[in-house]
Design a protein around this ligand. Structure first.
Ligand SMILES: [Ca+2]
Length: 198
């Protein structure tokens, strides 16, 4: 194959690949990144306004935890900057992405990105015992924090993918299409998000 002919085929492939890579942020938003947003804007999250949020016991059960917010997801212990930010509502997630000049991905976009890197995204973490991992140390969209996506329906919005509390028998097992509608102003200690380009 001549050089010209090779370039002709390679360039479109690169454009497609880069475009796919950049579509959705590679990592969940971290506590440190969210802190930067809060400092710059003075933004107050829903959980901070309420003075409480939900701490999950397992994938099915949660309890009210006083003073639980993104600083202290369980109400007591300060979250490390490299951990995925949690105790953020859909409203909070939208505000952060907007500040970054981005937005939440839709369910279809999220699903597409997970499929795009199926070798990583669909591997079950099977690390359900030790809580969340740092945002930049987990290759899996399906594992670690659950994630808000843009889809909304009245007072609710969609939480998509799996999370660290899921096992092979819960959250529809390996299927990255598991989703749950919950109130837009609520959060848990295992629920975060990632943004995508507008
Ligand atoms: Ca995740």
């Amino acid at each position: 194959m001549s050089v010209e002919r090779s370039v002709f085929f390679i360039i479109p492939l690169l454009i497609f690949t880069l475009g796919s890579c950049q579509r959705i942020d590679k990592y969940e938003v971290s506590v440190g990144e969210f802190a930067e947003f809060a400092r710059a804007t003075g933004y107050v999250t829903d959980a901070e306004r309420y003075g409480w949020s939900v701490k999950m016991k397992n994938v099915y059960e949660g309890r009210v935890a006083l003073y639980a917010d993104w600083h202290t997801p369980d109400g007591f212990q300060e979250a490390a900057p490299d951990m995925p930010v949690t105790q953020v509502s859909w409203n909070d997630a939208c505000a952060y992405c907007e500040w970054k000049g981005k937005r939440l991905p839709t369910r279809d976009e999220w699903h597409g990105a997970a499929n795009w890197d199926a070798s990583k995204a669909n591997i079950w973490d099977n690390r359900t015992t030790h809580g969340l991992d740092p945002a930049r140390e987990t290759p899996s969209m399906v594992g670690n924090a659950y994630e808000w996506v843009a889809d909304e329906k009245g007072p609710d919005a969609l939480v998509y993918g799996g999370g660290h509390l899921c096992s092979i028998n819960t959250c529809a097992g390996f299927v990255p299409g598991w989703g749950k509608w919950i109130s837009k102003d609520s959060g848990t200690d295992g629920l975060g998000f990632r943004c995508t380009k507008k």
